[in-house]
Design a protein around this ligand. Structure first.
Ligand code: X2X
Length: 338
């Protein structure tokens, strides 16, 4: 009798604590706002394939491109990931920033000057702090990728000084800091999901938009709709590879290590492609010129005029991001100079 009882207890224990760890789903859904073409989508496919191979098929991730999982509203992605509608997401910090306010750090106008500063922050103490915040909200961040510094395109005229933007209708993501920035610059911003934005360019419902060159503007051929582009490095859009926390906790230690290692490897590869021909080279801009675009690269003094105009937005949003996070980012950047 005693042995039967013992057996029962052992079985119960196994069912409660050991079994769930190995009760993997047959498919893990991964959310991506863009399509499979370009560094962002290709990184999602590469990650899924490598993880499947390295876990001998235990973790079978299926990428759902073009926002299929969130039925159009891209700023819902974080909530869907937290709830487990998606198990994984390779998401833009902009899209998640409506829920996780500190992620607006990356959208502070003219805060980051170059990629080195961005790397110092995402790879530094601030990046870890942000991942702790995500984890408290039910999402485990396992790597940083990149959409990129966002450039401004439009069909009307070259943008060199803030007054050039006057009354231009600019499509932005449905994130309030973008509305504030473009209003401060005298433009007429309108928020729209990416899935609606491309048809809106075609139908000329809007005059312009802003997005990174390698990851969005080139794969989506925005040059077919907009003749003018301004490279102004006004803000950066890092990507985060996030995992639903309950899923994460169900994975074995070994599989978690595989996921982290694969995320780092794939996102390092993705970041190189996102930056290719954009630093220390004019390759990406030459390509845009070959497609008929008129390229304006702001000088430091031109950039200052835009920075001055958006100073009130910076002040307002520093408070929303959290002064501690902004200070922490300043410190990570200052460490670069030492
Ligand atoms: O919607 C956009 O502009 C995009 C694709 O860059 C993001 O998801 C933030």
């Amino acid at each position: 009798m005693k042995n039967v009882l013992k057996g029962l207890i052992v079985t119960l224990f196994a069912l409660l604590f050991v079994m769930p760890a190995f009760a993997y789903k047959s498919e893990y859904k991964m959310s991506i706002v863009v399509g499979p073409k370009g560094p962002w989508g290709e990184a999602a496919t590469k990650f899924a394939n490598l993880v499947r191979a390295r876990t001998d098929g235990r973790i079978n991730i299926k990428p759902y491109f073009a926002g299929q999982l969130f039925a159009g509203k891209q700023t819902n992605e974080f909530l869907l990931l937290r709830r487990g509608v998606a198990d994984f997401a390779l998401g833009s910090t902009i899209n998640w920033s409506t829920v996780i306010k500190p992620l607006n750090l990356f959208s502070l106008p003219f805060f980051f000057k170059n990629y080195q500063e961005v790397d110092a922050v995402t790879g530094g103490r601030t990046g870890k702090k942000l991942f702790r915040i995500l984890s408290r909200k039910g999402v485990v961040g396992i790597g940083w990728g990149e959409n990129g510094f966002r450039a401004l395109t439009n069909s009307k005229r070259p943008i060199r000084v803030p007054s050039d933007l006057k009354d231009l209708k600019i499509r932005v993501v449905g994130s309030p800091i973008f509305i504030d920035i473009f209003r401060a610059l005298g433009a007429n911003p309108t928020s729209m999901n990416w899935s609606d934005a491309v048809p809106a360019f075609r139908q000329r419902v809007v005059d312009g938009e802003e997005n990174p060159i390698n990851v969005v503007i080139i794969p989506y051929k925005v040059y077919d709709f907009h003749r003018y582009i301004t490279v102004w490095h006004y803000l950066i859009d890092p990507l985060i590879l996030g995992v639903n926390k309950a899923d994460w906790q169900s994975f074995s230690k070994k599989d978690r290590r595989i996921l982290r290692r694969t995320a780092r490897e794939v996102l390092d590869w993705e970041k190189i492609r996102a930056r290719d021909g954009l630093e220390g080279s004019t390759k990406a801009l030459d390509f845009l010129k070959s497609k008929g675009m008129k390229v304006t690269v702001l000088t430091e003094s031109q950039r200052k005029l835009f920075k001055q105009k958006t100073a009130p937005v910076m002040a307002k949003w520093t408070k929303i991001v959290g002064k501690n996070i902004v200070k922490s980012a300043d410190k990570d950047i200052a460490r670069l100079e030492k």
